[in-house]
Design a protein around this ligand. Structure first.
Ligand SMILES: C[S@@+](CC[C@H](N)C(=O)[O-])C[C@H]1O[C@@H](n2cnc3c(N)ncnc32)[C@H](O)[C@@H]1O
Length: 241
């Protein structure tokens, strides 16, 4: 699959073809076919979510960055970890140790080529659980561009919290456009419920107007999105379910 010349119209057609993938498994199949062109195509979309999440984490993380271990969930090709000329991602902020997980083998192959990840695991979230031995292990857990309708189910955020060290951070992003409204409401409901249960505290929620360029027929210009940062409670015990 290729967006010839990366013209916006071609990228738009590629993204719209993904809407035919109704299940997470089918969506991951779509990413397998898109992997090779993903980085250049999302640049055309002006996709800023990885750097917005990295900036948000960097503003609050006060620990030793060189020693911190970051779990990048739905890591794709590794845009959250990478540093590029124009964007400031986790590596540029001083983080050096990354573990990645994604459902798409082809996306993981590209992430492997960055040499930034000490471990990469294929896992279809929603069906597979994150490894039990990861519980309470990570200083930062981040998921960017994958919490949305047809991708990673909302319930997976509990697993993200479990994998985080007490006092560690969980950073999540979602889209705020029309087709994701129901998912976003369900996500926010789950985040609040987990706070009421004492699992974590909300540190910051940032609504961003110009998240990325709109591709749907009924949308123009840019769609909006949101970055959520939560801090896991110091006292929470991991309960294996
Ligand atoms: C938009 S990309 C985001 C990749 C990267 N985080 C970024 O911001 O560039 C979404 C990623 O989520 C992965 N994904 C979607 N649904 C998934 C699921 N249920 N389990 C595991 N990975 C999933 C896809 O394979 C893809 O790599």
């Amino acid at each position: 699959m290729s967006a010839v010349g990366n013209a916006f119209e071609n990228v738009k057609a590629v993204i719209l073809s993904a809407h035919k993938s109704a299940t997470p498994r089918a969506k991951v199949g779509f990413y397998n076919s898109w992997a090779e062109n993903y980085d250049q195509d999302v640049a055309v979309l002006e996709y800023r979510a990885p750097s917005l999440a990295a900036n948000c984490i960097s503003s609050y993380f006060s620990g030793e960055r060189e020693a911190a271990i970051v779990l990048d969930v739905a890591c794709g090709t590794g845009l959250v970890a990478k540093q590029s000329v124009s964007d400031v991602q986790m590596k540029k902020h001083g983080f050096q140790h990354f573990v990645g997980v994604d459902g798409s083998q082809a996306m993981l192959e590209i992430a492997k080529g960055t040499a930034l990840y000490q471990d990469l695991k294929q896992s279809l979230l929603g069906e597979d659980l994150l490894p039990v031995q990861w519980e309470g292990s990570f200083d930062v857990v981040v998921i960017v561009g994958a919490l949305s309708v047809g991708q990673v189910p909302v319930g997976v955020v509990r697993d993200l919290c479990k994998s985080t060290k007490p006092g560690g951070y969980v950073c999540m992003t979602t889209r705020s456009n029309l087709d994701n409204q129901g998912y976003k409401a369900a996500l926010e409901c789950e985040l609040r419920k987990m706070e009421e249960e004492g699992l974590w505290t909300c540190v910051q929620v940032t609504e961003v107007e110009e998240w990325e360029r709109a591709v749907a027929e009924q949308e123009d210009g840019y769609i909006s999105g949101a970055v959520y940062l939560y801090r896991k409670s110091e006292t929470v015990q991991n309960i294996r379910t």
